[in-house]
Ligand binder design. Structure first.
Ligand code: G4P
Length: 292
């Protein structure tokens, strides 16, 4: 299957990052905890150089906690990098971020020091805006008397020594690797009209049957695992009432429903990538070779 979708804005993104990087002290890279390799854009790593970086493994509430822990270990082996799993909607979680950022830039953001300037970057839909809102909102809630101040059009003063870019840096998902593209599609990071839901569902179910069989059985109340992904999708369609007029399973509807449920976490906490091996059987590339 070919997913022919590439927005072609990389040049603009590159120019923006090159312009902004010298004016900030730390990059807050937002990744999807379910697919930290495929939701990264290697351009950032190329351009970032030695600039400190906090990798936010966002949507941790949807990801497999064991694998998320492995990813944190994986990222923290990199120089000048810290990683933290977060639910960007959770104020308590997000409240841990400033301290972590300060660890990477100890000469900024403390009393008597210049402010710590942070830019949030990531591909669409990973939760950048949600994170910025929670960070700004948290401060507003804590101080209570006045809202976070926009000092200039691009920055929010969190009034804890941290200046945050108010518009996130937008990177584009890398679609060179078909299996990475499959994972991005399964997660909902790329538009639904960019792929065939049935094919994405079949590839994902294939992976789930191997990696999370108990969740599949439990989620769809199956007594035994169907032998193929196609048989499983038909069974899912049957159980969820995705039938066409003649009574046959409407595969497209079943696939759309399956993807909706997967993305909403209804099947449980599922990760599509692990640091050591590629998730979809057909993919030979290691995530670290492919994207990081
Ligand atoms: P972006 O700026 O990077 O493009 O992402 P944005 O914050 O707009 O978030 C994209 C979607 O992901 C939103 O859902 C948002 O609520 C959801 N989201 C962000 N962070 C988390 C998280 O940690 N956990 C979970 N489960 N979801 C998260 P949406 O359905 O598109 O919008 P909404 O109806 O929730 O507002």
């Amino acid at each position: 299957m070919i997913i022919d979708w590439y927005p072609g804005h990389m040049k603009k993104a590159r120019a923006q990052i090159v312009e902004v990087l010298p004016t900030i002290d730390l990059v807050l890279e937002v990744l999807d905890a379910r697919l930290p390799a495929s939701s990264a854009n290697p351009l950032l790593e190329q351009l970032r150089g030695n600039k400190p970086c906090v990798k936010v493994l966002n949507k941790k509430d949807l990801a497999d906690p064991t694998l998320t822990k492995s990813w944190v270990g994986f990222f923290e082996k990199q120089q000048n990098v810290k990683a933290i799993p977060l639910d960007a909607k959770d104020r308590r979680d997000v409240g841990l971020l400033p301290k972590l950022c300060r660890k990477l830039a100890p000469n900024r953001g403390n009393k008597g020091q210049k402010p710590l300037r942070i830019m949030v970057v990531g591909i669409p839909n990973v939760g950048k805006s949600t994170l910025i809102n929670t960070l700004a909102g948290k401060k507003m809630a804590r101080v209570g008397d006045r809202p976070a101040i926009t000092t200039c059009p691009q920055q929010i003063d969190l009034r804890n020594g941290i200046l945050l870019s108010d518009t996130p840096g937008l990177l584009w998902p890398v679609m060179d690797d078909q299996n990475g593209a499959l994972r991005l599609a399964a997660s909902g990071a790329i538009g639904d009209n960019a792929f065939d839901p049935t094919e994405i569902s079949l590839a994902t179910i294939d992976y789930l049957i191997e990696a999370y069989p108990a969740l599949v059985l439990q989620g769809y109340k199956l007594s035994e695992m169907p032998e193929t992904a196609m048989a499983a999708l038909e069974e899912i369609g049957c159980r969820r009432g995705c039938l066409s007029k003649g009574g046959a399973v409407d595969l497209n509807r079943a696939a759309e429903l399956f993807l909706r449920e997967l993305r909403a976490g209804k099947l449980g906490r599922i990760s599509l990538e692990r640091p050591q091996r590629a998730p979809f059987a057909s993919c030979n590339a290691q995530p670290d070779e492919a994207n990081l």
